[in-house]
Design a protein around this ligand. Structure first.
Ligand SMILES: O=C(O)CCC(=O)C(=O)O
Length: 274
């Protein structure tokens, strides 16, 4: 399978439609953000809660894929998710929040998307930040569906009731690129035919950009689409289905990105969450 890529100047609803129809796999949007609004947020990072600590970086608020069975009962899982978002929305005036507000405006106005999860009528900021450490391994090779077997059951049911979760799209914008590395690799392997659960893979497999994860399971060596990391650029792609990863970060700078997921609702509207 050839990976279908387009280069765009704007984020549009029509683009989402093509990704959802699978007539397109990846869209790169040049300079989605005015680079000036990207300045001056790095010092804020100190104050933000590091909700999901990983070996190679941290995410905040908690991404949906981390609301696992080990969060205990339903109430606790929702509470963890909600608290994490409430913490972020309290730091309203920082540059990081300005950036996410601008991003949300783009997603809602240009993409016609609505927030998926509203708690107690409070519209929380459905945008996730991902900070990847320098000289570390980036983000594991995964597809979002490969976490579904670990999701807290009720939380998962709620998502499935509302949207076509298994065909969700990811959009992320790089707000600070590292000196070297941090590019996105997408493989020509899809969840529909390659169902490997994340908790059945090794760290080494998840960081082998040649595709050991597939070859070790008697699948063909994958074809890849690689896109370098560039500040201000956004990438929109079929993340729930297509296996992908973020390559090793080199040099002295962290890689910082911000993003969310978008899926078609059972009512035909597009919804976003992080
Ligand atoms: O670089 C990012 O922010 C995330 C890339 C990714 O793994 C995703 O969008 O699913």
């Amino acid at each position: 399978m050839d990976i279908k890529v387009s280069h765009e100047t704007f984020f549009r609803k029509q683009l989402l439609r093509k990704l959802m129809d699978k007539t397109l796999d990846v869209a790169v949007i040049n300079n989605l953000f005015d680079l000036n609004v990207l300045n001056d947020f790095e010092k804020d990072l100190q104050d933000f809660p590091k909700d999901l600590n990983l070996e190679d970086g941290y995410f905040f608020p908690l991404p949906y894929s981390s609301i696992r069975m080990d969060h205990g009962n339903k109430q606790y899982a929702f509470q963890a998710y909600k608290d994490s978002y409430m913490n972020l929305s309290q730091v309203v005036s920082t540059p990081l929040n300005q950036i996410s507000k601008r991003f949300i405006e783009i997603i809602e106005r240009e993409g016609g998307c609505k927030p998926l999860l509203v708690f107690d009528n409070i519209k929380l900021n459905p945008m996730g930040f991902r900070v990847l450490f320098s000289n570390k391994q980036g983000i594991d090779i995964h597809c979002e569906n490969a976490f579904l077997n670990q999701l807290e059951r009720k939380f998962k049911e709620q998502l499935f009731e509302k949207v076509d979760l298994e065909n969700a799209i990811s959009i992320f914008v790089t707000i600070s690129a590292p000196d070297i590395g941090g590019g996105l690799t997408i493989f020509d392997k899809e969840w529909e035919s390659v169902k490997i659960n994340m908790n059945e893979t090794s760290y080494e497999e998840r960081h082998d950009s040649e595709g050991a994860m597939f070859v070790n399971r008697q699948l063909s060596k994958p074809k890849r689409y690689k896109h370098p990391c560039k500040t201000g650029e956004a990438i929109v792609f079929r993340a729930a289905q297509m296996w992908h990863g973020i390559e090793k970060i080199e040099g002295s700078k962290e890689r910082i990105s911000m993003g969310c997921f978008i899926a078609k609702g059972k009512d035909g509207a597009y919804y976003y969450w992080a």
